[in-house]
Design a protein around this ligand. Structure first.
Ligand code: CA
Length: 480
């Protein structure tokens, strides 16, 4: 059974996901250079993080290696080669130097393509080798590992403390089943922040449309889907005078079909419910129906531009052709550095004002960490992980937000406050990470992209296979 599930998972993933690099280069991350490791503090939204002080056990590991196997698409999750004068790079470098000096350890990393890591680690563990202390790999590709019986339950590692502030409640809810946590998104992996989704707005255009006080709406809890719809649904300008709606015209919202599921998370929902009895897909119900009514009709408005398949809606936003756009934090570094207009960052809206909090999701390519079952000293590994998390929480994530995510109009401190709010509201969902295109997580995308409105039959045709799929996942976990 396990093998079947894994093959299905892997085949589907290989067929559906972007390839993730080929290189497999061993790297020694330790440099003989010592540095002044504490970067200068940043005042503002993240100042509270620097105040956190945790006393970890005092240990001298006498040069022991901390051996990491990591996805090559996000090397800087684990390692940067040297100081370059670029603040984020140097903060990551300083983190590793700090760990090295604190414990007399040596971080060594091997980078591989994300689709190869599950096999590498499975073969290694099944051969009884204690070859790696930690893996750090693409979240969805790692899903197959969770059902291979090769990873350690992190709840059993005494030096990992899930009450530390970087382990969110959502991580515990979504990555554990019956007190077993085999994988987790960790603060030490910057890619988790980079994959975080948000809503960008063009501040200059917003002023033209008399849209003001957006940050105050967020703070006041009144930033809702109906507000977003009212600000965007009729915003359309035929820029080229072609009398047809082209990609290059001006729209209220830039998006893609794949974003439709984001609203489900933003409204505080998930695609599965984990109970003591098992994992149940969320069924066709009144809430689901009203969700689809709202999003499908919104995505048919003239002010919404969306496209099918993969890609980003942010380049056209960067060109000034969208009032709002949905994208990831990594889009800022990729596309918004040289944007002429001022832009701001907002959380995805709530369903209504009664909803208690904002929620967002992280795209599935970010790293999650796991500890191979064959590790002989899990306490050492846990201590390394938590120290890297600690330093990353205090310095690396705030530095990322204060440099990579900052608009060139540096006066925009509100954005930093929003970024902090968004990061602390990320929702992880078992029902997305292990969906394997058999559950319901991709129905919103399918419905938008197909233009179908027959939700009832869409659900009815899939419910049996969805339930079978989740039953098989449960079986695999319980036999682990
Ligand atoms: Ca046109």
């Amino acid at each position: 059974m396990k093998r079947t599930i894994c093959m299905i998972l892997l085949c589907a993933l290989l067929a559906s996901l972007t390839a993730c690099g080929e290189a497999s280069t061993p790297v020694d991350t330790t440099s003989p250079t010592t540095t002044d490791t504490q970067p200068a503090g940043e005042e503002g939204a993240f100042a509270y993080r620097e105040k956190l002080e945790i006393e970890f056990p005092d240990k001298n590991y006498e040069g022991r290696e901390f051996r990491v196997l990591a996805q090559d698409a996000y090397e800087r999750d684990i390692y940067v080669e040297s100081e370059t004068g670029e603040v984020l790079n140097d903060t990551i470098y300083a983190r590793n130097q700090w760990l090295t000096e604190q414990y007399n350890v040596k971080i060594t990393a091997v980078f591989e393509a994300c689709d190869k890591i599950p096999n590498t680690i499975t073969n290694s563990v099944l051969a009884g080798e204690d070859a790696y202390d930690m893996i750090s790999n693409h979240a969805i590709f790692s899903g197959s590992l969770a059902i291979q019986n090769v990873l350690m339950n992190m709840f059993d590692v005494e030096t990992i403390d899930f009450s530390y502030p970087w382990w969110s409640e959502s991580i515990l809810d979504s990555f554990s089943y019956k007190n077993t946590a085999l994988l987790a998104p960790a603060e030490l992996c910057l890619s988790v922040s980079e994959a975080t989704q948000c809503l960008f707005f063009n501040a200059d255009k917003a002023a033209d449309y008399q849209i003001t006080g957006l940050y105050d709406e967020v703070r006041g809890g009144t930033w809702t889907i109906d507000k977003l719809i009212s600000y965007t649904k009729d915003v359309y300008v035929d820029l080229d005078g072609s009398t047809t709606a082209d990609d290059t015209d001006f729209y209220g919202l830039g998006s893609k079909g794949g974003h439709a599921m984001f609203y489900w998370y933003a409204f505080g929902e998930k695609f599965v419910e984990i109970t003591d009895e098992g994992i149940e897909p969320v069924l066709y119900n009144e809430k689901v129906v009203s969700f689809f009514d709202k999003i499908l009709s919104y995505y048919n408005e003239p002010g919404v531009h969306w496209f099918k398949g993969s890609g980003s809606a942010v380049p056209q936003f960067a060109d000034g052709n969208r009032l709002f756009a949905i994208g990831g934090f990594d889009d800022v570094e990729k596309y918004l550095r040289d944007m002429e207009s001022e832009f701001g960052i907002l959380p995805l809206p709530k369903l209504d004002e009664a909803q208690e909090a904002y929620h967002t999701m992280a795209g599935g390519a970010h790293s999650v960490i796991g500890i191979p079952k064959t590790v002989s000293d899990p306490e050492f590994v846990g201590l390394m992980i938590e120290n890297l998390n600690y330093y990353s929480y205090k310095y690396v994530t705030p530095t990322y937000c204060n440099t990579a995510l900052k608009s060139k109009y540096a006066r925009d401190d509100d954005s930093m406050e929003m970024i902090d709010l968004i990061l602390s509201s990320v929702v992880f969902d078992f029902g997305y990470l292990l969906d394997n295109w058999k559950g319901f997580a991709f129905i919103p995308q399918n419905m938008v992209e197909s233009g179908s409105s027959d939700l009832a039959s869409n659900y009815a045709s899939r419910i049996t296979s969805a339930q079978e799929w989740w039953n098989s996942v449960v079986e695999a976990f319980e036999n682990d």
